[in-house]
Design a protein around this ligand. Sequence first.
Ligand SMILES: [Zn+2]
Length: 166
Amino acid sequence: MRCPFCGDSSTSVIDSRLSTDTNSIRRRRECVKCNKRFSTLETSELAFPRVIKSDGTTELFSKNKIKDGVLLALEKRPNSQDEIEKTLDNIYNLCLTNSDKEISTTHIGKYVMEELIKLDHVAYIRFASVYFNFNDMESFKQLIKTLDNNLSPEMKKRQSDLLKDE
Ligand SMILES: [Zn+2]
């Protein structure tokens, strides 16, 4: 992406926004050389980062692949279609906003978990157990701790109320 002011080819991305109606991405960029800012409108196939897998090979960003993983974790959970769509959009947006040309599968996994924990804790644990490939107790304990820290005050109250009744 060349700077329209000085023609330099090094620009950094300041902000990315996915417009869902046109399926394109508006990016605010800043020229590394002259520091001037400009916007670009990119179609999503081109604008999504390349995915770097753990073995170092790369592949095209696939919304469907992420969606499949999320839907699998949400199987038989009572979430509405709207909630699921919103969660997916948030994940795609996080991937876009926090990367330019490349993103690692580790980061994608992190963004999926960040959004799943807000939507459904069972799905979060399901996804995390596949993602982390639990083979030691320590990472599982860490996960439960993260989950506990993310409970809202109302949920914590509900949890302690339930315990009192027993
Ligand atoms: Zn420039």
